[in-house]
Design a binder for this molecule. Structure first.
Ligand code: SAH
Ligand code: SF4
Ligand code: F3S
Length: 441
């Protein structure tokens, strides 16, 4: 049987797509391998979000040229494939297949053609495509990624995703619930619902609030998460569904990008600093103790010192548990590239702002984490930690806690006391949950 190896870059959506591609190709008679060396088919599932994401893939394709066995099929899938299409076939003569995110259904036949020496690019969008008949081959045994929406209808001026993923469309609620039952049957108790603006989910009949309640009620599910919501799509219905569904975890990853209203306007984020803060206030009022993380971009065209200061002050005001910070990267064809060239921020300024932002974010994170030592919480053991004999576990509010355990602990829940922190992650000691004492007399 021919073997298939898929290497994945980028976000969870790509991880989930790779699971679908593996599932489809296995059903067609391929066996999955965990190395490109000796594989009959090698697919690189790529990301295009920032220049360096694409550079990594180009570097990797160069390495693979040397590792591939003669006659092996090399294909590029995902967002970079969609963005560059046939251009990739021209620039890298070893690449035989370029397949965008809505064309994975064609993979078996495209691979057959490639094995006969042909070269193809398939990058049409398909607004009906959700790969409902594919059954994902999941790599994580503890939590399941479940795509609920593909594409994006926002047009943030820095972002390539609308180009690479096409228009927004939602899966039917019943299909998402069906898949949730399937993962429970596989022994998985946590699901992560995926979409670019996942809380704008709407299948024509149901909104995201309905979806949270339906998935959260599936027997055997203990934790429901989702990523990434857009601040504009947090209706009161969604917040209430979150707060009232016990399985939905007390964590929101809320990408804010900037704390400056004028900057948010240039980014076309469609909310102001005040609306953002109001959204946080509504979330926290409904769920005290909510874990809150975000994404922030520095060095967007025209960013003034004042605007950057507003981002720092937003971080101090909200006090995020953590933030993913990015230096602006100009993406071909996005509206940001058409802004006046004099708006480009010099690299040294971007670097200095980036360092200041990271220091601010880390400082707040450390303070918040130190204050939590001694707290008791339930964690789900996910995997072996990178070093030592500890295992990596996660709290409902998305804290990483290193705990003692055995390989059998993976996938189990335990109650721990937080005994130490690096500032970013915790160590925890299992505690026996004491049964209430019988009443005397
Ligand atoms: N759909 C999600 C974001 C997906 S991209 C949302 O709207 O929140 C993940 C993050 O990458 C974004 O939140 C943004 O912070 C960052 N990002 C996107 N495009 C970028 C660019 N051109 N340069 C730098 N960072 C970018
Ligand atoms: Fe990109 Fe904006 Fe869509 Fe997120 S909402 S994927 S940042 S265009
Ligand atoms: Fe990258 Fe595409 Fe995800 S550009 S971040 S892999 S949607």
């Amino acid at each position: 049987m021919p073997s298939i190896y898929i290497e994945t870059y980028g976000c969870q959506m790509n991880v989930s797509d790779s699971e679908l591609m593996y599932g489809k190709l296995q059903a067609e008679g391929y066996v999955a391998t965990d190395t490109p060396v000796g594989a009959d088919v090698v697919l690189i599932n790529t990301c295009a979000i920032r220049e360096n994401a694409e550079q990594r893939v180009i570097g990797r394709l160069g390495e693979l040229r040397r590792d591939l066995k003669p006659g092996a099929v090399l294909g590029v899938t995902g967002c970079m494939a969609q963005r560059l299409g046939p251009r990739l076939l021209e620039t890298d003569t070893r690449v035989q297949l370029v397949v965008g995110p809505d064309s994975y259904r064609m993979l078996p036949s495209l691979i057959d053609g490639a094995r006969n020496g042909e070269r193809f690019s398939a990058t049409d969008f398909d607004l009906e495509e959700h790969y409902e008949d594919f059954s994902a081959r999941r790599f994580e045994g503890v939590k399941a990624w479940i795509p609920v929406q593909r594409g994006c209808d926002y047009r943030c001026t820095y972002c390539i995703v609308p180009t690479t993923r096409g228009p927004e469309r939602s899966r039917k609620l019943a299909e998402v619930v069906r898949e949730t039952h399937e993962v429970v049957a596989q022994g998985i108790t946590e699901v992560v619902l995926l979409g670019q603006t996942v809380n704008s989910y709407n299948d024509g009949t149901h909104d995201f609030a309905d979806l949270l309640r339906a998935v959260g009620a599936v027997d055997g599910i203990r934790r429901v998460r989702y990523t990434s919501p857009h601040p504009n799509d947090f209706s009161d219905r969604v917040i209430a569904a979150m707060a009232e569904t016990p399985t939905v975890c007390e964590h929101v990853h809320l990408p804010m990008q900037s704390g400056s209203t004028s900057m948010l306007k240039r980014m076309l984020r469609r909310y102001s600093r005040e609306e953002d803060l109001e959204c946080v206030a509504r979330l926290r009022a409904a769920m005290p103790g909510l874990g809150l993380t975000t994404d922030i971009i520095v060095g967007f065209p025209g960013e003034t010192d004042e605007e950057f200061e507003d981002t720092l002050s937003l971080c101090r005001e909200v006090r995020f548990d953590d933030a993913f910070t990015f230096k602006f990267s100009a993406r071909e064809g996005t509206p940001a590239t058409r802004m006046p060239p004099e708006w480009t921020i010099p690299e040294a300024v971007v670097d200095a702002r980036y360092d200041a932002l990271v220091a601010t974010v880390r400082g707040i994170s450390r303070e918040k984490n130190m204050a939590r030592l001694g707290e008791r919480m339930e964690v789900l053991v996910e995997k072996e930690a990178r070093k030592g004999e500890l295992f990596q576990a996660r709290s409902r509010d998305f804290k990483t806690v290193l705990v003692p355990g055995t390989p059998e602990s993976i996938g189990t829940y335990m109650t721990v006391e937080l005994t130490g922190t690096t500032g970013a992650t915790f160590t925890g000691t299992p505690v026996q949950e004491r049964a209430p004492l019988p009443m005397a007399g």
